[in-house]
Design a protein around this ligand. Structure first.
Ligand code: PLP
Length: 399
C-alpha cells in the first residue's frame, strides 16, 4: 500500500494572518459580514471562505479538520469536543427511528452504552456481534439495517476488524461502514480500505498529551456538510463543538504523531515479546499467535508497527489491582483510563473503561476480570522499564 498519512500532514503549509508558521487562532464566536446578502448565502451553505458562527465552523477548527482529513485520506472532516461528540452525531445523522445498526460487540464502553441504552429511546436498535466472524455479521443484517459499526483495533480486546471485507458487505447491503480508528492512527487507514466514515477520539494518541478531550469525523464533503447543516445537521444542532484554542493545540501535537506512534509501537512490541518469552500470554497484534496478526499486516501502513496497546490477564481482579498499584508506586506509569500518553497507562477494563458492558456480556466476549489493558508510553529505555515491570510481576506472583 502506498498511502502516506504522515506525509500528507507534513505537506500542509500554513501562512498565518501575520505570516506566522502556525495559523492564527480564531478567538471569535461570531463573524462580521460586509454585505447582508453574504450572510444569507453563508446560512444556505453557498459561500465558501466565510464564517457564520463558531458552533457551525471556525477557521482554526477547519485547519485541524483539514489535517485529519489529510491523515485519513478523506475529502473532509469535522472536529468535535470529544470522541463521543463525534460518534453520537454521526450515528444520529445516519439513522432514523426504526433503523437498525450492526455493531462489533467489543467496542469502547461509552459507545456500547449509547447503542444499547440510549439510542433505543429514539427507536434505533443495535445487534452486537463478534466482528471477527463475517458470517455472524451478515446473519445479523436486517432490512432495516443502515450502519455497520466497528473499531479497527477493538477496545479493550484488541480484535482486528477486516475493513476490506466489511466494506464489501456494507456495499452489498447498501449500509454505511463507520469505523472508530482511535487505537490505530497512521497505522491503519480505514477509508483507504473502503470505510465510509472514520472517527477518532483525539483525546488519545492523536493529541498525545492527555490535556484535553476531542474528536473528529472524517468522510465525504457531502456527509461532513450534512453534519454541519444549520437545518438538520446533528453536529450543528447537538452542539459538541471544540474550542478554537484547543483545536490549535491539537493541530500542533499532530505534527509529531508519526514519531510518537513509531515509539509507542516499538516499546509495546519489545514488552510483548519479552513477557511472552517469560511465559505470559500477551494479547498484542504484533505477536504471531494473535488471531488477526496477518490481517493486521495486510491492512497496515507498515512503518508504524502494531500500535501501543497490549493486554494480558493477571488471573483475578485482586491480582490485577495489586500489580497496577505496585507499578504505579514504582513510577512505571499511572493507574488511569485513557491511552496515548507519554507515560504508560493501565487499567482493568472490566471494572473501568468497559464497565458499562454487563458482566455476562463481558464473559461472553472474553473480557475477564483480571484483564489489564496497557497503553505503552514513550519510555526512552524500554529495557529498564521491562526489568522493573517484571520485578513487579514477580513480587505479586503473576510471573
Ligand atoms: C476507542 C474509543 N472510541 C471513543 C472513545 C470516546 O472518546 P472521548 O472520551 O474522547 O469522548 C474512547 C474513549 O475512551 C475510545 O477508547
Amino acid at each position: 500500500m502506498s498511502f502516506k498519512p504522515a506525509d500528507n500532514i507534513q505537506d500542509l503549509q500554513y501562512f498565518g494572518e501575520f505570516g506566522g508558521v502556525n495559523p492564527s487562532i480564531s478567538d471569535s464566536s461570531t463573524y462580521t459580514f460586509l454585505a447582508a446578502k453574504s450572510m444569507m448565502d453563508t446560512f444556505e451553505g453557498n459561500l465558501a471562505g466565510c464564517y457564520l458562527y463558531s458552533r457551525h465552523s471556525s477557521p482554526t477548527n477547519l485547519y485541524l479538520g483539514q489535517a485529519l482529513a489529510a491523515m485519513e485520506g478523506t475529502e473532509s472532516a469535522n472536529v468535535s469536543a470529544s470522541g463521543m461528540g463525534a460518534i453520537t452525531p454521526t450515528l444520529m445523522q445516519l439513522c432514523n427511528a426504526g433503523d437498525h445498526i450492526v455493531s462489533s460487540r467489543t467496542i469502547y464502553g461509552g459507545t456500547y452504552a449509547f447503542l444499547k441504552n440510549f439510542f433505543p429511546k429514539f427507536g434505533v436498535n443495535t445487534s452486537f456481534v463478534d466482528i471477527t466472524s463475517l458470517e455472524k455479521i451478515e446473519a445479523a443484517i436486517t432490512e432495516n439495517t443502515k450502519v455497520l459499526y466497528c473499531e479497527t483495533v477493538s477496545n479493550p480486546l484488541l480484535e482486528i476488524a477486516d475493513i476490506r471485507a466489511l466494506s464489501k458487505m456494507a456495499k452489498k447491503y447498501k449500509l454505511k461502514l463507520v469505523v472508530d480508528n482511535t487505537f490505530s492512527p497512521l497505522q491503519i487507514s480505514p477509508a483507504e480500505l473502503g470505510a465510509d466514515v472514520v472517527i477518532h477520539s483525539l483525546t488519545k494518541f492523536i493529541n498525545g498529551s492527555s490535556d484535553t478531550v476531542g474528536g473528529v469525523v472524517c468522510g465525504t464533503n457531502e456527509f461532513i456538510d450534512s453534519l454541519r447543516n444549520v437545518a438538520d445537521g446533528a453536529s450543528m444542532l447537538l452542539g459538541p463543538v471544540m474550542d478554537s484554542l484547543r483545536a490549535s493545540s491539537v493541530l500542533k501535537n499532530i505534527r509529531t504523531l508519526h514519531i510518537r506512534m513509531k515509539k509507542h509501537s516499538e516499546n509495546a512490541m519489545y514488552l510483548a515479546e519479552s513477557f511472552e518469552k517469560d511465559g505470559l500470554t500477551i494479547v498484542y497484534p504484533g505477536l504471531k499467535h494473535h488471531p488477526q496478526h496477518d490481517l493486521y499486516k495486510s491492512m497496515s501502513n507498515k512503518e508504524y508497527g502494531f500500535g501501543g496497546m497490549l493486554s494480558f490477564d493477571a488471573g483475578t481482579l485482586e491480582k490485577a489491582d495489586e500489580l497496577m498499584e505496585l507499578m504505579q508506586k514504582r513510577g512505571l506509569g499511572y493507574l488511569a483510563v485513557s491511552l496515548g500518553f507519554y507515560k504508560t497507562l493501565f487499567n482493568a477494563p472490566g471494572t473501568g473503561t468497559s464497565s458499562e458492558i454487563p458482566h455476562e456480556e463481558q464473559e461472553k466476549m472474553g473480557l475477564s476480570d483480571g484483564l489489564i489493558r496497557f497503553s505503552i508510553g514513550l519510555d526512552n529505555d524500554i529495557e529498564r522499564t521491562y526489568l522493573e515491570m517484571r520485578s513487579c510481576m514477580q513480587e505479586v506472583g503473576v510471573l
